[in-house]
Design a protein around this ligand. Structure first.
Ligand code: KPL
Length: 302
């Protein structure tokens, strides 16, 4: 398989490495000529795993190329997905398979609705890695990735092909619910860690933070219930508590974005939740409060 990867962040490069290790061709699609020139000074990226450093010499190019794309993996930040997709749309054919692996919800549904003839998959991952410096990635733990086909068209062979790339890979016949579960956890943890400027585990140490988290969880459960979505077989607060405890030393992605004054994924996390709540007529005051607060703190993604 020849994969093109849009989004050379941590997840994009981890997947580039997995695909290359399994013998596939990979091309990174970089956003600007400056980024491409910077990458081409070495023409490779590195992954540090325990004490071992592996170098991956991977091709890179810009979107405005005319070679067709057979397999497209999109791992950009959620607010950049639809723009990044549009930048390569002229290179997609009726046989192209697309896998969207990003936080939040909205872009997956939008792209699937707008491209009914395209085989589109979406996924959710707990894989972790962070950059020590540009193109030097430190693997922070091996997580699990679950994917499922969103489009009515196509077949399930992509999963079998990718299982050889990632042994931990799971398939779900109901990826929508999988995405909702991840969304629920992100609603519970991400905005509060950004607002309190704390690590995930520090949400659990103070009464006011726990109370805010519990209120957010209750509202997310109300919305899911109104939409007929089954979240977890226990209270969302208990599930989110465990995730915050398990990742207690981590800075959430939103906390990092806010502290570096970067655009956040709030619109596809809490923003999506509030939009669904408003359409279903469910009140979500605590979620609206953190949505507005994060909007006020971070630069717009547009
Ligand atoms: O997915 C995450 C994120 O930071 O975006 C959590 C689960 C909150 C872990 O940090």
């Amino acid at each position: 398989m020849h994969w093109h990867i849009l989004g050379a962040g941590a997840i994009g490069l981890l997947w580039a490495a997995k695909l290359q290790n399994a013998g596939h061709q990979v091309t990174l699609i970089l956003r600007t000529a400056e980024k491409l020139a910077q990458y081409n000074t070495t023409g490779c990226f590195q992954i540090i795993n325990d004490d071992k450093t592996e170098r991956f010499f991977t091709e890179a190019e810009l979107a405005d190329n005319n070679t067709p794309i057979s397999y497209l993996l999109v791992t950009t930040k959620s607010f950049a997905v639809t723009g990044a997709f549009a930048s390569v749309q002229h290179r997609l054919t009726n046989d192209t398979r697309v896998l969207l692996l990003h936080n939040g919800m909205g872009p997956q549904q939008q792209l699937t609705n707008e491209n009914p003839d395209l085989e589109i998959w979406a996924g959710s991952t707990t894989d972790g890695a962070y950059f020590e410096s540009p193109y030097h990635l430190v693997r922070a733990g091996i997580g699990e990735t679950c994917i499922g086909r969103l489009s009515a068209c196509g077949n399930d062979s992509l999963f079998q092909e990718l299982q050889e790339v990632d042994e931990q890979l799971q398939q779900s016949a109901d990826i929508h619910t999988v995405l909702w579960r991840k969304l629920a956890i992100n609603c519970a943890i991400n905005p509060l860690t950004a607002l309190f400027n704390c690590r995930n585990g520090e949400l659990l140490k103070y009464d006011d933070r726990r109370a805010a988290m519990a209120q957010i969880c209750k509202e997310v459960e109300d919305v899911a219930k109104a939409l007929g979505i089954t979240l977890f077989n226990r209270k969302l607060m208990e599930q989110a508590w465990d995730v915050a405890e398990l990742t207690s030393n981590n800075h959430s992605s939103m906390q990092q974005d806010v502290s570096h004054n970067r655009p956040t994924e709030i619109e596809t996390i809490t923003g999506y939740l509030c939009q669904m709540a408003d359409q279903a007529g469910v009140a979500t005051p605590a979620n609206h409060l953190v949505l507005d607060a994060i909007r006020g703190l971070s630069p717009s993604a547009r």
